[in-house]
Ligand binder design. Sequence first.
Ligand SMILES: *[C@@H]1O[C@H](CO)[C@@H](O)[C@H](O)[C@H]1NC(C)=O
Ligand SMILES: *[C@@H]1O[C@H](CO)[C@@H](O)[C@H](O)[C@H]1NC(C)=O
Ligand SMILES: *[C@@H]1O[C@H](CO)[C@@H](O)[C@H](O)[C@H]1NC(C)=O
Ligand SMILES: *[C@@H]1O[C@H](CO)[C@@H](O)[C@H](O)[C@H]1NC(C)=O
Length: 316
Amino acid sequence: MFAFNALVCASAALYSAGAFVLQNRHEVNNRPIIGILTQEVTDDNLKKFGNTYIPTSYVTYIESGGARVVPIKLNQSFAEHEKIFRSINGLLLIGGSVNLETSDFAHIAGFYFRLAIKANDKGDYFPIWGTCLGLQLLTVLVAGENLLSRTVAENVTYPLNFTTEAQSSRIFKDFPPNLLKALSQEPLTANFHHFGVTKEAFMGNEKLNVFFSILSTNVAENGPVFVSTIEGRKYPVYGVQWHPEVNRFQWDPHYNFPHSSNAVGVSSLLAEFFVNEGRRSLHHFSDTAEENRALIYNYNPVYVGNVSAYEQSYFF
Ligand SMILES: *[C@@H]1O[C@H](CO)[C@@H](O)[C@H](O)[C@H]1NC(C)=O
Ligand SMILES: *[C@@H]1O[C@H](CO)[C@@H](O)[C@H](O)[C@H]1NC(C)=O
Ligand SMILES: *[C@@H]1O[C@H](CO)[C@@H](O)[C@H](O)[C@H]1NC(C)=O
Ligand SMILES: *[C@@H]1O[C@H](CO)[C@@H](O)[C@H](O)[C@H]1NC(C)=O
């Protein structure tokens, strides 16, 4: 279910390399709202529930960090998406298995990505987090080409092999040393992918190297070393090839989901980290009524535990 097809996505790299200035450094938004982009349903077992979805685990993950969630429906005009962008404080791109070239998910994610780069260049802080397919899509958007190759890691858990840049990274610098050590030694990260970006391909691409630091790598079951955690050098753009949300919010015993105390700790800290990034964004809805209408609380999740690896999912 987390598998995805490596497909050619030739969108141009549209971020600019302008100076990054953080304005409003002193202002903190303690009511952050994170947008989660819905994705086309590809799993036949789930199609009867709706055309697009967000598994509940991603929603509870963000909520656990202290934010509220707005689902972003794909089928809206760019003007509507731009309005949503000005109303939310960060964007989460979920895992899944849609086409990176032709899916609405990829197109709309690219639209938000370009808005985020422009906003950050103007000092308007706006973080983006990509998980699994989300990370892969971020590399396509930055590189302007698809550099994915077969890096099979299906239903396996790994410790992270940290790079030297991890210690000083924004994601990991405030981790308690014992948890960072556990993350480097215990299999706390769940992997469900057939494709990824190898360390070699990543290092060989100038755009990716300029944009991102590699914070960790792992060895795929079929041999290649793939990037497993990345962080924007200048921009608040983050990616994990693994699935931190499953550690606390998915329980299907048929899958290798880490639930140890350390696994839960890692998942909690990453959710809090990303929500803290969202606290630096001062975007807001025009009024409370509009905000209320947009929130995930207007929707009911559906039980899908007997037909998928998720417990529940929202459908749109
Ligand atoms: C998107 O919205 C348009 C206009 O409301 C509608 O005609 C179309 O069927 C929708 N497409 C999907 C995939 O829902
Ligand atoms: C971790 O990565 C380093 C290089 O960054 C490599 O030398 C080492 O073999 C890797 N270890 C594992 C367990 O993958
Ligand atoms: C996932 O891995 C676990 C533990 O290795 C195994 O018991 C289970 O059968 C695997 N599930 C699938 C769907 O391959
Ligand atoms: C899954 O559970 C739902 C709700 O309990 C039930 O309606 C449905 O028939 C079940 N589906 C299968 C394939 O067991």
